[in-house]
Design a protein around this ligand. Structure first.
Ligand SMILES: [Zn+2]
Length: 239
């Protein structure tokens, strides 16, 4: 995928609003402001791309907050069994703890992006803090995989849009999502399946988590979703 900021598809404006607001209930109103600002900048930047992609039945499955010792391997098992490649936005601190899981992710053809070093909220922090968070994550990921991650997704989707050029200058296009599976607060696989089926459209970037306790439901929901969308003629791609 090309483009400096991949944030929002025209059709998904409403959903993205909803996702941002829900994510923000966890983090407070400051994140909401940052999230909405970023969202509109992405919307303007990507209208052309959105038009091109709206015709193709492609889904981009993405996983945040890993690697996790328990659920990341299970998610990798599902993806291997179903022949699906996905994008993992990993935390630098966790990469160092689980190098074998990271190497497997890489070996099995998944895209590895950066989710920062330790899930720090980067909304309203000084530029040098953002820079160091991105750099520390890069260093940790390179140490384990030998490769610098391409995309960066800020924790909670929280970043001031004015910081985006700096992150791009560091070699990372910033990627958000257009559909939140809400797996981070799921109490069953069914709610994840329902959420994705309600909102996913051609070209959607779907947010899941592989590093939280609710990821157990993500593991169960994934094969159902993959098979459903395959029967609808969709293909799955990495960003
Ligand atoms: Zn996260």
């Amino acid at each position: 995928m090309d483009g400096e900021v991949i944030s929002l598809r025209n059709k998904h404006l409403r959903n993205k609003h909803r996702s941002s607001i829900r994510a923000c209930t966890r983090m407070g109103i400051t994140v909401l402001v940052a999230g909405l600002t970023t969202m509109f900048s992405g919307f303007i930047a990507n209208t052309v791309q959105a038009k091109q992609e709206a015709q193709q039945k492609v889904l981009y499955f993405t996983f945040d907050d890993g690697p996790g010792a328990l659920y990341t391997p299970q998610i990798l098992d599902v993806l291997r069994r179903e022949h699906v490649h996905a994008t993992f936005f990993v935390l630098g601190s966790r990469c160092t703890e689980l190098p074998d899981v990271m190497k497997r992710m890489q070996r099995e053809g998944h895209e590895i992006g950066s989710h920062g070093y330790d899930h720090r909220n980067l909304a309203h922090v000084p530029e040098h803090v953002i820079r160091s968070e991105v750099q520390m994550a890069d260093t940790a990921i390179v140490q384990v995989t030998g490769k610098k991650p391409r995309y960066f997704r800020p924790a909670y989707g929280a970043i001031d849009r004015r910081e985006l050029p700096m992150i791009l200058q560091m070699g990372h296009p910033v990627v958000f999502w257009t559909v939140d599976s809400l797996d981070w607060k799921a109490t069953s696989a069914a709610s994840i399946i329902h959420e994705v089926k309600t909102w996913a459209r051609p070209g959607s970037i779907v947010l899941f988590h592989d590093g939280v306790s609710q990821s157990r439901y993500t593991v169960q929901a994934l094969p159902v979703l993959i098979r459903y969308y395959r029967t609808q003629g969709y293909v799955f791609k990495v960003l």
